[in-house]
Design a protein around this ligand. Structure first.
Ligand code: FAD
Length: 402
């Protein structure tokens, strides 16, 4: 049985950030990844300026192979049913358009942790002074003994399920799917990520250019029909925006734990097991999850380093240290922060104020109608009350961290 200081589950961005902190401090760290590396990861690849800064500061400049075409993104364009469109540039200029298969592999290599790919986490036993980790490689069982374990295994995290068996029943689950189309004619600017606030299209509707094709994506509550939702969006883009696409050539989709950061249902682990990244619930508004995965991952690594140095329980340290990232992520959803502060990395209030009065009114009306859409599913009241109570009662006492 292999004995190490830390096992990290998942070889993505949260894992790379955690691993970097641990190897820098001299801790023996092994990363388990269920897929063969470099592995595919479904993602638009849009990187926030904060995520970009983290990569540069911690891992250096990105290699060219880690980028899709177009290689950079200027910002986000919101589209509304009233046919007003609002383009917002990222603060500080364009950011790289990540090809996750190669960017994530590059980041994990830069962390200098030892990586065991094609090795799936299967379960754990926290014995107090160490954790026994059960895994499988090519169907064969494997065991590791670690002082600490970090679960950085994404939205459908098995580490989270091992620690909180009921968690999957406690949060809303969505399906997001995207189809890739060859382009006949596309007036949507390839420099921006496009997002529709349109109740008739779904909870989460997006499109952007990638490697000469156009992606059309939809997010909806689990159980709805992907093909029908997608066809509805393609027709809408054709009729309203003049986007003419050929039949899709590829498609893909996955389950997403979209919403825990909105309703303050983060999970951070128990005993010697920490949970981080999207597995913990970190996801920014409009589904940007890389920057908070990187930062929360780094904090989980730092918490372990501190726990070892000061001989203190790691959970106490992690929960104290992670509070800043929780606040930052939850602020993204806070209506008062959006109206009067700058919780996002593109200037929505400035773009709104640049519109004529009438269009400004239409945008606010359309956004309100979009939020009302949430009444359709059972988490609606909870989401609405969390979003409203947070600013009203001064904030974060409403958190339901586990
Ligand atoms: C369609 C779509 C588009 C998106 N677009 C964007 C975007 O443009 N910008 C953005 O910032 N975010 C985007 N996101 C969100 C972003 O991809 C995630 O928030 C981010 O990747 C989370 O990082 P992570 O390191 O926490 O986990 P993940 O990136 O999910 O990585 C988890 C890793 O754990 C591995 N793993 C899982 N289970 C096991 C196991 N049992 N054993 C071993 N390994 C395991 C997985 O293979 C994977 O490598 C998008 C998500 C989707 C679905």
């Amino acid at each position: 049985m292999r004995k190490v200081d830390v096992i990290i589950v998942g070889a993505s961005l949260a894992a790379a950030a955690a691993a970097k902190r641990l190897t820098d401090a001299g801790l023996e760290t092994v990363v388990l990844e269920r897929k063969a590396l470099p592995r595919h990861k479904i993602c638009s690849g849009i990187l926030s300026p904060r995520g970009h800064r983290f990569l540069l500061e911690n891992f250096g400049p990105l290699p060219r192979e880690a980028l899709h075409e177009p290689t950079a993104c200027r910002g986000v364009t919101f589209h509304f049913p009233s046919m007003v469109s609002l383009s917002m540039d990222f603060f500080g200029g364009t950011t790289p358009h990540l090809h996750r298969k190669y960017s994530d592999h590059w980041a994990i290599k830069q962390s200098r942790a030892e990586v065991h790919d094609e090795t799936s986490f299967a379960g754990l036993e926290d014995r107090g002074d160490h954790v026994l980790v059960h895994a499988r490689k090519h169907g064969e069982p494997l065991e590791y003994r670690a002082r600490w374990v970090i679960g950085a295994d994404g939205p459908s995290s098995l580490v989270t399920r091992a620690v909180y068996p009921d968690y999957p029943k406690q949060i809303p689950w969505f399906f997001v799917g995207q189809k890739f189309h060859d382009i006949i004619d596309c007036p949507l600017s390839p420099e921006y990520f496009h997002f529709w606030f349109h109740p008739g299209l779904g909870h989460y509707t997006w499109s952007h250019a990638r490697d000469g094709r156009q992606i059309v994506g939809v997010g909806f509550k689990r159980g709805d029909n992907f093909a029908a939702k997608h066809a509805n969006v393609v027709n809408y883009l054709s009729e309203k925006h003049g986007v003419k696409l050929k039949e899709h050539t590829d498609d893909e989709g996955c389950a997403e734990n979209f919403g825990p950061s909105l309703i303050n249902r983060y999970v951070f682990g128990k005993g010697n097991v920490l949970i981080t990244g999207q597995a913990a619930g970190f996801l920014n508004m409009i589904g940007e999850g890389k920057s908070c995965a990187l930062h929360s991952g780094a904090i989980s690594g730092e918490a372990v380093v501190e726990a070892r140095l000061r001989n203190r329980p790691v959970q106490e340290l992690y929960r104290r240290m992670i509070a800043s990232e929780v606040r930052r992520t939850s602020d993204q959803w806070n209506p008062l922060k959006i109206a009067f502060d700058r919780p996002h990395e593109a200037d929505f209030p400035a773009a709104l104020m640049a519109l004529p009065w009438r269009e400004r009114g239409l945008v606010l009306r359309d956004m309100w109608r979009f939020v009302v859409l949430y009444k359709e599913f059972k988490w609606g009241r909870q989401i609405a009350s969390a979003a409203l109570q947070r600013p009203l009662i001064g904030g974060y006492s409403m958190m339901k961290w586990q």
